[in-house]
Design a protein around this ligand. Structure first.
Ligand code: SAH
Length: 513
């Protein structure tokens, strides 16, 4: 655990925040704002890692419900951490699955803070009680079926339920929503049946509702025991008992979200995949961002500076990636110059994304390949007379010799400038743990790679899961990336017709249709 900034005087503040039921889009606006300004986040296993990414990088993230390798923290340990961090003047978010006060021990934490004189704010959340059934197509109330919703935990031993409680639970016009009830359901259903609840009362169990792992079991009070013995279900699951769980009330709205229950890993660097991520999310997918490449300025700027001083000598400047464009143009600006410095050059860009990056600087490229790969570039220059012409090649520090060697063999004089470097980023622990788990469980449905190095870096980040990575279907942005994956032994690789966001989206939709 890192040490945060010291107390500037006075206690800090604790936010008891409902994280929502699992789909990260179901956090509230206020919950998101609290995370964005937090110094410390205490979370448990129901919180989605995409929510943890909302906190500043420097924030301390404490997993209080850790299952992989570490023991869970006790309730009093959690409360002590809340008080200790807040007393240091820090802004602390206690992120709790669903709503903090629906069987979430938020009440206890609030009272403890109150006694300790720590100011706190409650930010309610979307509870799984209504959201998990809703994502499974069940409205927890319907005018025709129920005028009450009873929310209970299954933790109380059903044997200890007294007759008056059983009378109340078996009333007709209500919906029972049972949390933490998987273990006791068999006993409870027998109790309800023996107390004259009709055996044809519909029952639905929802596990990991609203997430890509959502799973359901459907039956009646009379059949559920048998269904569960052949198809068991594990926590976290909730159980809906009542007419609303019946087929005639089912809302099949998930049919409009073709990617629901698909979990997709995007490996592009932070901030460059927002459009795709949004499109996939609105089609129902759960998107996990795992940047496997970090783009930094090159270790040595003298190469690029030297090229900038002699730009007029080059017939063509060839940009192979959007990062090349951005880093080159940034250095030009740092030298106090602008696009007029490129007035005498012809500009070539590889691929639509590089074209877009150049256009954003107000420069309309003079050339681009028919196909966005190394051979496409060479085909283009084959049709130009580049004999003895000087070409400036702008790229990162990773590229191979295909393009420079090919241009040389066409008689051109090539200067290669490495304008940026690719590094493997250091993933935060919470993200690393979660992704390792999904890889091992193979609970990712697709991995998306934008370059051979985005793939190689994922393997370096998760060496123990290399075999899983090869077996999960992948999308490669183009033929070069596809070839790298296949050479390494990736089993299923899909490729969009062209390397654009919309083509990637379409290819993913087709893949899952
Ligand atoms: N405060 C939470 C509930 C905490 S109790 C809320 O408002 O949702 C934990 C129990 O909630 C789990 O054992 C399970 O019964 C239920 N639960 C929480 N999230 C769930 C989900 N996504 N799908 C199904 N059940 C869930």
């Amino acid at each position: 655990m890192s040490q945060n900034k010291p107390c500037p005087g006075g206690p800090g503040h604790v936010y008891l925040v409902g994280a929502g039921p699992g789909d990260p889009g179901l956090i509230t606006v206020r919950g998101k704002q609290a995370l964005q300004k937090s110094d410390v986040v205490l979370y448990d296993h129901l919180a989605n890692p995409e929510l943890l990414a909302l906190a500043p990088d420097r924030a301390e993230r404490i997993d209080v419900g850790k299952e992989r390798g570490h023991p869970k923290l006790s309730q009093s340990e959690i409360e002590n951490i809340l008080i200790e961090r807040a007393s240091r003047g820090l802004t602390v978010v206690r992120l709790k699955g669903g709503d903090p006060f629906v069987f979430g021990r938020g009440g206890e934490e609030g009272l403890t803070l109150q006694k300790a004189g720590i100011p706190f704010t409650v930010i309610p959340g979307v509870t799984s009680v209504t959201a998990a059934p809703a994502y499974a197509g069940i409205p927890v109330s319907h005018r025709d079926t129920n005028s009450r919703i009873v929310i209970m935990t299954g933790h109380d031993d059903p044997e200890s339920l007294d007759p008056a409680t059983l009378d109340a639970l078996t009333l007709g016009n209500q919906t029972l929503v049972i949390l933490m009830g998987v273990e006791y359901f068999r006993k409870l259903s027998r109790k309800l049946l023996s107390h004259k609840m009709p055996p044809d009362t519909p029952v639905m169990m929802v596990r990991w509702g609203t997430t890509a792992s959502q799973d359901t079991r459907e039956g009646t009070l009379g059949t559920m025991e048998e269904i569960l013995s052949s198809h068991p279900i594990r926590p976290p699951s909730l159980i809906v008992v009542g007419k609303v769980a019946g087929n005639q009330y089912r809302l099949n709205w998930q049919n409009n979200r073709p990617l629901f229950r698909k979990r997709i890993l995007l490996t592009r660097e932070t901030g460059t995949q927002d459009g795709l991520s949004e499109a996939l999310t609105s089609a129902g997918a759960e998107v996990i961002h795992c940047p496997t490449i970090e783009i930094l300025p090159p270790d040595n700027l003298s190469e690029v500076d030297k090229a900038l001083e002699s730009l007029h000598e080059y017939g063509w400047i060839v940009f192979l990636s959007p990062n090349g464009v951005r880093h080159f143009m940034r250095r030009l600006r740092d030298a106090g110059r602008d696009i007029r410095a490129l007035a005498s050059n012809r500009i070539f860009v590889m691929g639509p994304a590089t074209h877009k990056a150049m256009s954003e600087f107000g420069v309309i490229p003079d050339g681009q390949p028919l196909e966005s790969h190394g051979n496409g570039v060479l085909e283009f220059f084959h049709s130009q007379s580049v004999q003895n012409r000087k070409i400036l090649l702008i790229r990162g520090d990773r590229g191979d010799g295909l393009i420079p060697d090919g241009l040389l063999s066409l008689g051109a004089r090539v200067t290669t400038v490495r304008c940026y470097s690719n590094r493997i980023p250091c993933l935060p622990e919470y993200l690393r743990d979660r992704i390792a788990m999904h890889l091992e469980e193979r609970s990712l449905d697709l991995l998306v790679f934008y370059s051979p190095s985005s793939y190689e870096n994922l393997l370096s980040l998760f060496p123990e899961q290399a075999d899983d990575i090869r077996h999960i279907p992948s999308l490669a942005i183009g033929p070069t990336t596809q070839a790298a994956l296949l050479k390494d032994g990736a089993t299923t690789v899909i490729v969009p017709g062209e390397p654009t966001e919309s083509a990637v989206e379409e290819t993913i939709l087709n893949h899952f249709s």
